[in-house]
Design a protein. Structure first.
Length: 174
């Protein structure tokens, strides 16, 4: 458990989350097809002081934020991490070619390639970094630890024009 009493998991909660993911994936495909032809405005994903989060369907920064949020939730439940959900998220958000390269990186480095770490961050932020050719770059800042002992790492996530992640690295593609 992460120590936050508000995040107590109820029996059947994980199954409901997985079912919601399947429905979201199914509904998201048709909405994304129409959004692909649209010109994307700058991303406006934000977390206000009230704890609200907003995003826009079809925008790379929203998609990366959705992926990292769900992935970290699946991996971060220390009592019962959900490897099946993490694998399903990878299959949905990553291109097959990148998934293969990521698996090779993980084998070589002994760490989770999505997080580029062996543990799960306590917090994360996702920021739009602009277009790179026909793709889009999003910066993910992961914060590990708490209090005065925190460490941050910055990842650069490259998203192809059809909203699949094609690369995650520690340096910008710009």
């Amino acid at each position: 458990m992460n120590g936050n009493p508000l995040t107590h998991r109820r029996p059947g909660h994980r199954a409901a989350v997985a079912a919601a993911l399947v429905l979201a994936v199914g509904f998201g495909i048709s909405a994304q097809m129409s959004a692909q032809a649209a010109v994307h405005a700058p991303a406006q994903v934000s977390a206000a002081a009230s704890g609200s989060v907003s995003g826009t369907n079809g925008q790379s920064v929203t998609r990366v934020a959705d992926f990292y949020g769900a992935y970290i939730d699946a991996k971060g439940d220390y009592e019962d991490p959900d490897g099946t959900l993490a694998t399903a998220l990878r299959a949905h958000y990553l291109t097959p070619e990148f998934a293969e390269r990521l698996a090779a990186w993980e084998e070589e480095n002994g760490a989770d390639g999505v997080l580029r770490a062996q543990n799960v961050p306590a917090r994360w932020t996702v920021t739009d970094n602009g277009a790179v050719g026909n793709s889009h770059e999003v910066v993910v800042t992961l914060t590990y630890g708490s209090g005065e002992t925190t460490q941050k790492s910055k990842l650069f996530v490259l998203v192809e024009r059809y909203n699949h992640i094609v690369d995650i690295g520690t340096t910008s593609n710009r």
